[in-house]
Design a protein around this ligand. Structure first.
Ligand code: ATP
Ligand code: MG
Length: 396
């Protein structure tokens, strides 16, 4: 497809994460293309394409059923162009000023993300010292960190994501400014926060991401109530629980198993929900309504910052409310629980609780045994595949 642009007389380069990952010897997740063709010109060359976005206009070209390549036109200097809109805080609302490749490079976020692979001569083009950053394994914002975070505070979350995923350090200047400008994340629309947070926790390095978010005092803008709980004499077992849930998530990503945002938010908010539900109702027999109520309230507060789609917040609440049921191993109760749509996730959640000593070990063994003896209670196998795919796209 690069060649089709090239043959039509346009310049076409691979750019961004794809080039960076190739240089690092990592399998790229996807490829982005930058070109001097306008979105309309690209659109005309590929009939399986459409123009998307308002903040940044891009062309999506579809290949096969699921593969999409994103093509962006070189962007120019943002300042005082009528096609760039800033808000009062200096945040870029819209940026559709076109420019040349060098201008395009300096508007990107980190130097390691601003390398171009030109298919005309198979050369790597480096306008901002990106090669050096890759060799030093450092994330360096292009330009003045303060301005760049003000333009787009999400770059702070991206810094954390790349630092974790690539095992890079964040260069001092870029790191220091995070402490100063972290609060700007409060103005990011909750829908964009959700997209970014999913990328953070689906990166396969969720535990490291969590550590870095705490280190850079950003957790407050991601899961505010978890952050408050952490300041407030957290218990060892519950601290371990969150860590272990993220380890579990990373292992699932590693082995290609699906990870639901519902499970991740259930885990991140469990310390809060668990503490509040126990304070309200210490009797485990009557715990379920308390969990449902507290879960509802905690979720309502969480979605003010991060708009978690309803199916995921619902799943988190069901996982929480299912927990006391694992203790009911008499009569028909296990059978009923095993038929819950959320059973598998709730069971994994309970096993993590058992690992860190929040519920007895024997409970996890009992349920493992139970499932061995009642394989029919597993969710019906044939439905699994399509469900999985849909879920992954939701998360995307
Ligand atoms: P990943 O491996 O997660 O896809 P990526 O670096 O490709 O990482 P994308 O979000 O796909 O990240 O963005 C592609 C490229 O667009 C980045 O490498 C960067 O050059 C540029 N970019 C993306 N988001 C921003 C931003 N908020 N500010 C400036 N440049 C950005
Ligand atoms: Mg990418």
């Amino acid at each position: 497809m690069l060649y089709r642009l090239s043959k039509a007389g346009f310049r076409a380069c691979l750019v961004g994460g794809g080039v960076r990952d190739l240089l690092l010897g990592i399998q790229p997740k996807d490829f982005d293309v930058a070109t001097d063709a306008t979105p309309e010109e690209v659109r005309k060359l590929f009939k399986n394409s459409r123009i998307i976005g308002r903040r940044f206009r891009l062309v999506h070209i579809r290949f096969g059923r699921d593969d999409i390549i994103e093509v962006a036109t070189f962007r120019g200097q943002a300042d005082d162009s009528p096609r760039t809109e800033l808000d009062d805080a200096g945040r870029i609302l819209r940026d559709n000023t076109f420019g040349d490749i060098e201008e395009d490079a300096i508007r990107r976020d980190f130097t390691a993300n601003a390398l171009y692979y030109d298919i005309r001569d198979y050369a790597v083009l480096d306008y901002v010292g990106g090669m050096d950053a890759i060799e030093q394994r450092e994330l360096r914002l292009i330009g003045d960190p303060e301005t760049r975070y003000q333009e787009d505070p999400v770059r702070m979350l991206r810094a954390v994501r790349f630092a974790a995923k690539l095992d890079f350090t964040i260069e001092t200047r870029s790191a220091d400014a995070i402490y100063e400008y972290g609060h700007l994340l409060a103005v990011i629309p909750p829908a964009r926060m959700f997209d970014e947070i999913i990328k953070l926790f689906h990166s396969g390095t969720a535990l490291r991401v969590y550590e870095l978010l705490r280190h850079y005092k950003l957790l407050k803008y991601v899961v505010p109530e978890l952050d408050e709980w952490l300041q407030d004499e957290p218990t060892e077992a519950m601290l371990d629980f969150v860590d272990q849930a993220l380890v579990n998530t990373d292992q699932r990503v590693d082995t290609g198993q699906p990870v639901s945002p519902g499970f991740i938010f259930a885990a991140l908010l469990w310390p809060v929900v668990h503490a509040q539900a126990n304070a309200r109702q210490p009797d485990r027999q009557k715990m379920i309504p308390a969990l449902l109520e507290v879960g509802e309230t905690v979720m309502r507060r969480q979605v003010r910052h991060v708009s978690i789609p309803r199916r995921f917040s619902q799943m988190a609440r069901e996982i929480w409310a299912a927990q006391p049921r694992f203790h009911r191993t008499q009569g028909k109760q296990p059978q009923r629980l095993a038929a819950f749509p959320v059973f598998r996730a709730a069971y994994d959640f309970m096993c993590i609780q058992a690992m860190v000593g929040l519920v007895p070990h024997q409970l996890a063994s009992w349920w493992e045994e139970y499932q061995r003896e009642h394989p029919a209670t597993e969710p019906e196998a044939p439905r699994k595949r399509p469900r999985r795919r849909r879920r992954r796209r939701d998360a995307g």
